[in-house]
Design a protein around this ligand. Structure first.
Ligand code: F6R
Length: 241
């Protein structure tokens, strides 16, 4: 595993964006595995800046996102599709037809998951998977206790997660109860994985995930078994790592 420790969030985001840029330049029709959450926002902002300067071309890139709430439409401002459109896709020259997020409105759960795995396989897999890291070690919506051999599947959100998200919705009833997520197996099949971490609050879990035992109780610990993982973070998150 290669570790890049930058001074702060801004510089860590630049390192992460540089790694994505290198991937896009070396393979213009690559498949990027993308994440939502607060951590990659700075990375996406940097990619947009370089695109605007004319340094990056996303016209042949395909992207496959990690997860999506079940039941939310792409227009819902809490959906991950909406997040990706507003934080990245609307601001670069990627063809939206080449961007994939699980279909939150597909009523048939099995079909939604099967279709998504087919999309991943039809694209020859993900070249570079971007991951954020949950405070409990989750990756995607794979929470502690998730089995490692799962592909894309539907998960029930815990009451804790729903409560934490409630502030973004008009009422508790509107908070989704389920989500689709790429499974650990799907994530581990990416050719290269980049985990981005920032802030002191991630310090403990970074240590556990990358220096602790490999266990489903810390889903990200499985990444120790992948042969090409890059960890990018700021000093706050990586101090003492
Ligand atoms: C996002 C995702 C989540 C986040 C994780 C970290 O698509 O799947 O696993 O990566 O919750 O979130 P932040 O970056 O907000 O700390």
């Amino acid at each position: 595993m290669r570790v890049y420790c930058a001074a702060d969030y801004y510089h860590a985001s630049r390192v992460a964006a540089n790694i994505i840029s290198a991937q896009v330049i070396m393979k213009p029709d690559c498949v990027l595995g993308l994440a939502t959450g607060s951590t990659p926002i700075g990375t996406y902002e940097q990619l947009i800046r370089w695109y605007e300067k004319g340094d990056l071309d996303f016209s042949q890139v395909h992207s496959i996102n990690l997860d999506e709430y079940r039941g939310l439409s792409p227009e819902n401002d809490q959906s991950y599709r909406y997040f990706m459109n507003t934080h990245l896709f609307d601001k670069i020259n990627i063809d939206k037809k080449n961007t994939y997020v699980p279909d939150g409105l597909e009523p048939d759960k099995e079909k939604a998951c099967r279709d998504y795995e087919e999309i991943i396989h039809a694209h020859g897999g993900v070249d570079l998977q971007i991951l954020g890291l949950g405070h409990n070690g989750h990756i995607g919506f794979n929470e502690p206790g998730s089995v490692f051999e799962k592909e894309t599947h539907c998960v029930a959100l815990t009451e804790n997660t729903r409560q934490a998200n409630a502030r973004f919705f008009a009422s508790m009833d509107e908070v989704p109860t389920e989500a689709y997520t790429m499974g650990i197996k799907s994530i581990m099949q990416a050719k290269k994985i980049m985990v981005i971490v920032s802030g002191e609050s991630k310090r403990e879990i970074v240590k556990k995930a990358f220096h602790g035992p490999i266990t489903p109780e810390v889903p990200a610990s499985v990444l120790q078994l992948h042969s090409d993982v890059i960890l990018v973070g700021d000093e706050a998150a990586l101090a003492g790592f």
